[in-house]
Design a protein around this ligand. Structure first.
Ligand code: MG
Length: 397
């Protein structure tokens, strides 16, 4: 089963332009990337999607196509991403995209680029919905919580039963042939629908619903634009950093792990104090920050760092974290060595790190293991440590 996605980024964005915005909403920036790219990228990362077609306004087509192709090169899409010029109406853009689909495509998502916040789980829900029902399309909907009335001018005609009313979102998923048939008929009849499901319904197809997502809002007004800044999910990013370090035995430094001296451990070769655990931890924090590695910040040929306590390196990394709006949330640390036994030192190391980082005891885990006599640690030639650190970072930074 081959599934493609059509991302519609060809609208004229009338409401925002009327409010003085120069850029069409689909080209506004979210996390320094154009709004349409959020959807293109999300579709391209869905394992069930074989390709994406994006429709851009005809008068900006070449510029936007070049921009998007550069984004594909930079971020990688994993699947083909094609571009078509849009039409005058939304459904003309869909029509153009449908005509560019590969022959072997069976299912098609149609999505408005102005809804950047849908989750990958919604795509799966739609796919499951279509698989389990004999229908032409599946659409995400939300219940209507407000009272709904039909009006004539300023006068109310009647109150509609809201139990039967739902609010419709995109992406919508269709069997390709059914959608193409509906579009061809609509084209011939000059019928205009506000979404693709309405065309399918009109021409005899059946459309089922699945529960949509509250956060999957459509950016339409300047107020909605605030959501680009304020969406909780977007504002805070959960990130992970990884650190790894090795030191050889046989030097002149007393073994020190996580800032705790290990008197019965073998001597360590090192330029600094050779605290393999704090080196791995410092590297993991630099990893979270996207700021290189410990060697770049504290070169081991710098006399300044000779014999230096690794707590200084860790303190500097924590300082950088604070300066960059990074909050550490958890660290899981493992020391790998054949000798000595470390069980009595683990609580001391943990306590020391709790003091340095301010994290509580449930947020720091210190483990020790051997490699069963294998490899350089097994042969007691050296020691290694790995650190996995989680944190939260403000996405705007
Ligand atoms: Mg080191």
């Amino acid at each position: 089963m081959s599934t493609w996605a059509i991302v519609l980024a060809a609208g004229s964005s009338t409401r925002l332009c009327r409010c003085g915005y120069k850029d069409k909403k689909q080209f506004l920036s979210l996390d320094d990337l154009p709004l349409y790219w959020q959807s293109v990228y999300k579709f391209s990362r869905c394992p069930s999607v074989s390709g994406v077609i994006t429709a851009f306004p005809r008068d900006e087509f070449e510029d936007k196509k070049n921009e998007a192709e550069a984004l594909v090169r930079r971020h990688g899409s994993g699947v083909p991403v094609k571009f078509v010029p849009g039409g005058d109406r939304r459904q003309d853009s869909v029509f153009n995209a449908l005509n560019s689909l590969p022959r072997d495509c069976d299912l098609i998502f149609v999505h408005d680029a102005a809804r950047p916040f849908f989750s990958p789980a919604l795509l799966q829900k739609l796919l499951n919905g279509l698989e389990n029902a004999s229908c032409t399309g599946v659409i995400p909907v939300l219940p209507c919580r407000d009272t709904v009335k039909s009006v004539c001018g300023a006068s109310v005609e009647k109150t509609l039963p809201r139990e039967n009313i739902v609010l419709v979102q995109t992406p919508q998923l269709f069997i390709k042939d059914g959608l193409i048939k509906a579009h061809n008929r609509a084209q011939k009849d000059g019928f205009t629908g506000t979404d693709d499901a309405s065309l399918v319904e009109k021409y005899g197809g059946t459309v089922h619903t699945v529960e949509g997502e509250e956060k999957n809002i459509k950016i339409t007004t300047p107020e909605d634009l605030e959501c680009l800044k304020n969406t909780g999910e977007k504002q805070v990013r959960e990130i992970t950093g990884f650190g790894y370090d090795v030191h050889a035995f046989g030097g002149s430094r007393q073994m020190i792990l996580g800032g705790i001296p290990i008197p019965n451990g073998p001597k360590i070769k090192a330029h600094s104090d050779g605290d393999v655990l704090l080196h791995a931890l410092t590297d993991a924090i630099l990893g979270l920050l996207g700021m290189g590695d410990i060697g770049e910040h504290f070169p081991d040929n710098d006399p300044e760092n000779l014999g230096k306590s690794s707590s200084v390196f860790l303190a500097e990394a924590l300082h950088l974290a604070e300066q960059n709006g990074l909050t550490l949330t958890h660290m899981d640390l493992t020391i790998i060595t054949q000798i000595p036994r470390l069980s009595e030192y683990k609580p001391l190391i943990k306590k020391n790190l709790m003091g340095i980082t301010g994290l509580n005891e449930r947020r720091i885990n210190v483990k020790a293991t051997t490699e069963e006599g294998l490899g350089f640690t097994g042969e007691k030639q050296g020691i290694k440590a790995v650190a996995v650190v989680s944190g939260r970072k403000n996405n705007q930074e």
